[in-house]
Ligand binder design. Structure first.
Ligand SMILES: C[S@@+](CC[C@H](N)C(=O)[O-])C[C@H]1O[C@@H](n2cnc3c(N)ncnc32)[C@H](O)[C@@H]1O
Length: 481
């Protein structure tokens, strides 16, 4: 049996055994079994990690890479209930034991999962691992860098490795590979390696323990943070879990959001009743000061790699439902675009290299630009970033809380601008329907707006100017199609 503990389905009978896990504040029995690492007793290296590594920070997302029957995941999950631990393994017998150990410990913050069951967009604050050294050096290295690459900015890792199994060499290799690693402890022939916190942009506004208490009260459930969902531009988006339930919590800053989120919660009900594929709002409100939260149900799916005709048809069907609700005119996207094209533009200074492209965009519209039609729901940021797909089909439209009223052409042109000409047939379909939703002059106004936005969103260094110019040229070709 020894040696096949990293198989998906270990051979041989799963003879079980109970082992004791005793740590400060933790005392429980765990079930282990033959065919799983540490079948006889809790591994010494595992105990070194559990005793020497810091517990997770409050409200942090954690992964235990190669969880086995779950001693690290259960130990750490018990010590910090506001943090969620992904207990990841390839061995199904190990995962089943972990689930049983989690249930026996009455934990709702540990999720046993195969590697590809962890949402691809999720980023973690902490990785723990007693890694599977025996799978071989190359596989081990790519396993570790793959998961260390999923740490959020500021996230770090703790690995326990036997000194005689190449701990120091692994630490050096990680350092050379861009993951500065230090020896955090050395005990009983094991090294506890600390992979330094990732640097980068400071983590965006994250949930605190106080925020979590607010969300728990509002939703009537005790949640734990399972990680950050990457992909959004300016928001802090975190995935929360409580047993099998999932919640996405987004933090918004600025007093305006209080009423906007309340309007959004009402509107989503109407949209969903009409069949619009957007997740229900499960809570929203103040976190104190000018911070507000929006809690929505989690929809599995990922951002699409591109656009094709089947997906474009799904998007068109969803946008067709935008006519089912009529938001208040408090935020009128049509009026904002008209204002921008008529007056606003004079206030913006285009870099001289881009002025000619700005002029070409403005040539698409009359001067002055007449008011665009309005009255339908407008997402306001419809792009491939804000749709989710499963098996190539649209599973959800997300991040619509910046919604307003206006014409559906605005959203269709915004989607067109985000996909570009990756798939000509899909682009043609979006253009045809963007025009059908209003008329060609409205389409041109929305396109001009997108071109000018692309030209304005750059600094003045040459690569940025060149890529903005290329993007604008690409968008301008849609006027000719
Ligand atoms: C050294 S054991 C540690 C088990 C457990 N954490 C403990 O401390 O007792 C390493 C674990 O990594 C798992 N493993 C091997 N390859 C893996 C992979 N590609 N992804 C996730 N886990 C893997 C093995 O199945 C094994 O359970």
């Amino acid at each position: 049996m020894a040696g096949d503990y990293w198989q998906r389905e270990p051979s041989g009978p799963a003879t079980e055994r109970s082992v004791a896990l005793n740590l400060p504040g933790v005392s429980l029995q765990l079930t282990t079994a033959a065919g799983v690492f540490g079948a006889q007793r809790i591994d010494h290296g595992t105990m070194v990690l559990l005793r020497q590594a810091p517990t997770p920070a409050a409200c942090s997302g954690v992964v235990d890479l190669g969880t086995g029957y779950g001693p690290i995941a259960v130990g750490m999950g018990m010590r910090e209930p506001s943090s969620g631990v992904w207990a990841v393994d390839v061995n199904l017998r190990a995962l089943e034991l972990t689930r049983r150990n989690v249930a026996a410990a009455h934990l709702t913050n540990v999720v046993a999962a195969e590697p590809d069951e962890v949402p691809a967009a999720l980023r973690f604050d902490r990785l723990y691992s007693n890694p599977p050294i025996k799978i071989g050096q190359d596989d081990l290295r790519s396993l570790l860098t793959g998961w260390l690459g999923r740490l959020a900015d500021g996230g770090d890792g703790y690995l326990v490795v036997k000194q005689t199994m190449g701990a120091d060499g692994l630490g050096r290799w990680l350092t050379d590979t861009g993951y500065p690693t230090l020896r955090a402890a050395s005990k009983q022939g094991y090294r506890l390696l600390h992979v330094a916190a990732r640097t980068g942009q400071a983590p965006r506004d994250a949930l605190t323990a106080v925020d979590l208490a607010v969300v728990n009260r509002a939703t009537g459930r005790r949640w734990s943070v399972l990680g950050r969902l990457s992909g959004g531009r300016s928001d802090s988006v975190q995935l929360l879990g409580s047993g099998a339930a999932r919640l996405v919590v987004k933090i918004k800053q600025g007093a305006w959001w209080e009423s906007q989120l309340a309007r959004f919660a009402d509107l989503v009900e109407g949209l969903r009743a009409a069949g619009y594929p957007t997740p229900p709002v499960l809570g929203h409100g103040s976190l104190g000061g000018d911070r507000f939260y929006l809690a929505t149900e989690y929809v599995p799916g990922s951002q699409p790699a591109g656009m094709d005709v089947a997906l474009a048809r799904d998007v068109l069907a969803a946008v067709g439902l935008h006519a089912a609700v009529h938001p208040s005119p408090i935020r009128d996207w049509s009026a904002m675009i008209t204002l921008f094209l008529n007056g606003g533009i004079a206030e913006h200074r285009f870099p001289p290299q881009l002025a000619e492209l700005a002029r070409q965009a403005l040539d698409l519209v009359p001067n002055p630009v007449p008011a665009l039609p309005t009255g339908d729901f407008v997402h306001g940021d419809l792009s491939t970033r804000n749709i989710l797909v499963r098996a190539g089909r649209l599973s959800a439209v997300i991040d619509a809380e910046g919604f307003g009223t206006g014409t559906r052409t605005i959203d269709l042109v915004s989607m067109l601008a985000s996909t570009g000409l990756q798939d000509r047939a899909a682009a043609e379909l979006l253009i045809e329907q963007a025009i059908a939703a209003s008329d060609e002059s409205v389409f041109h106004a929305c396109l001009a707006h997108q071109v000018l936005k692309a030209l304005l969103s750059v600094g003045d260094d040459p690569p940025q100017l060149a890529s903005a110019a290329e993007r604008a040229r690409g968008l301008l070709t849609f006027a000719q199609m």
